[in-house]
Design a protein around this ligand. Structure first.
Ligand code: GDP
Ligand code: IMO
Ligand code: MG
Length: 428
């Protein structure tokens, strides 16, 4: 004991990578439990600037084991590429990476299907990352998925691929009128993946539980964010997994009582990539300024992120679902120099005041944010690591976010680097 979860508390890209790298100094294991390489986690530390998509952010600490849990979907090509690019930067994962034998694999036909489905959706497109995430999870729930363990038994895999492709190629050719995938070519790829990844594939859940039993610290690395959750997010404009706290338990085989801390990572404002409702979205110069100043472009796809004011309604909902024991505010420095800042305190829907987002997407699209305006600050917060050195108005802003989030803010991030962090007391 204990496991502590670090979760995206908005629509993803809250700065989880930075916070996990910071907290990993006390960890024995850092483990991903959901999503795949739709995630893009930026870590900037003394070793360099990195964007991790599937390998956990504990990889920069030599004595940390990195686990890719059963709840994830893994694109073997991307994983191998990431292993190699880390190795070129002098970081070896040998003996420090376990891929759950139960994790599902993203196959090339999942990527094809993701792209075909998105273009078929036309103006209703979700704006997926195009990495094959949805189709890989669909196959998992349809019980036609291929798992990491299958790479360890190539004869059975060959038969299974034939079976799966017989159906999938019909969908690709007859529904989408596109070109079929060659089973022989795919099998050749699988042989290469098997050879490269075999040393890493193993009983990840068992390893994590043994660590907890020994009294070790396990950081559960969230990907995406609550509002992209398949059940609790802005469906259908969501991802296909559960980045919320329940997903951490299922996606790593951890008993819930072992998760003693839940950290919700919030940006000091809101962003979203892809389509779907976003009540506080800014369509004016302020939004554009934040996007440009803060380089709000997707880590995985490079798409411009939509930008909006801090949404206190969504934040409170986020706390209710995940039960945060601590809130983390990132990118406070981005708001340096603004004369005033709006925060959304409730929604108006058809003459009613709401303190929680409605479940229906169409209703959420119609919600009008009710704002409260707070004073900005002139002195920079960028790089501040001592809570007493924060400008008064920045402190007042964080205090107001704390009330809206309905959870104590225990960490404030004032820059992308490991050291640009305020953490007055240990949170784990
Ligand atoms: P993640 O997906 O939640 O890990 O977040 P991303 O890495 O996709 O996006 C967060 C971005 O914000 C990255 O470019 C980080 O380097 C950067 N970042 C994280 N914390 C801070 C901060 O406190 N201030 C600033 N200016 N940038 C930050
Ligand atoms: P991190 O871990 C931001 C979004 C996509 C799209 C929707 C569905 O870096 O916070 P998908 O490819 O998952 O089927 O796309 O989810 N999305 C993310 N947005 N950060 C992420 O991850 C995301 N992962 C998926 O933009 O709107
Ligand atoms: Mg990201």
């Amino acid at each position: 004991m204990p496991a502590y979860a670090v979760l995206g508390a908005q629509w993803g890209d809250e700065g989880k990578g930075k916070i996990i790298d910071f907290l990993a100094s006390d960890a024995d294991v850092v483990a991903r439990f959901s999503g795949g390489n739709n995630a893009g986690h930026t870590v900037i530390n003394d070793l360099g600037d990195f964007s991790l998509h599937i390998i956990p952010c504990g990889v920069f600490r030599e004595d940390v084991m990195n686990v890719i849990g059963n709840g994830t979907v893994v694109d073997p090509d991307v994983l191998i590429e990431e292993i190699e690019s880390l190795s070129q930067a002098g970081i070896s994962v040998d003996g420090r990476l376990i891929i759950s034998e139960r994790a599902h694999l993203i196959m090339p036909y999942h990527i094809i299907l993701d792209t075909l489905a998105e273009s078929a959706r036309g103006i209703s497109a979700i704006g997926t990352t195009g990495k094959g995430i949805g189709p890989a999870y669909s196959d998992k729930t349809s019980r036609t998925g291929i798992r990491a363990a299958d790479l360890l038994d190539l004869d059975t895999l060959r038969e299974r691929l034939e079976e799966v492709l017989t159906f999938t190629n019909k969908v690709i050719t007859k529904v989408y009128e596109s070109d079929p995938v060659s089973s022989d070519e795919l099998f050749e790829k699988c042989k290469v993946w098997a050879e490269r990844l075999e040393p890493f594939i193993g009983p990840a859940g068992r390893y994590v539980n043994d660590t907890l039993d020994r009294g070790g610290n396990v950081v559960l690395e969230g990907a995406q964010g609550i509002l992209l959750d398949l059940d609790h997010g802005t469906y259908p404009y969501v991802t296909s997994s559960n980045p919320t706290i329940g997903g951490a338990s299922t996606g790593l085989a951890i008993q819930p009582q072992n998760i003693t801390s839940v950290l919700g990572v919030f940006k000091a404002y809101n962003t979203r990539v892809g389509a779907g409702p976003f009540p506080t979205e800014l369509f004016n110069e302020i939004g554009e300024t934040i996007r440009t100043l803060a380089k709000e472009f997707g880590t995985t796809t490079g798409r411009p992120r939509r930008v909006g004011w801090f949404d206190g309604v969504a934040a409170r909902y986020s706390t209710r679902i995940n039960g945060y024991t601590s809130a983390v505010i990132t990118r406070l420095d981005v708001l340096d120099g603004f004369e005033s800042l709006d925060v959304c305190t409730s929604y108006q829907l058809d003459g009613e005041v709401l303190d929680e987002p409605p479940g229906g997407t169409a209703a959420l699209e119609r919600c009008k944010p009710v704002y409260e305006t707070l004073k900005g600050w002139d002195e920079p917060t960028a790089g501040v690591s001592d809570i007493h050195k924060l400008p008064t108005n920045a402190k007042i802003y964080v205090d107001r976010l704390e009330e809206l989030i309905n959870c104590k803010v225990d960490i404030i991030s004032t820059g992308p680097h490991r050291d640009q962090t305020i953490m007055p007391k240990s949170v784990i």
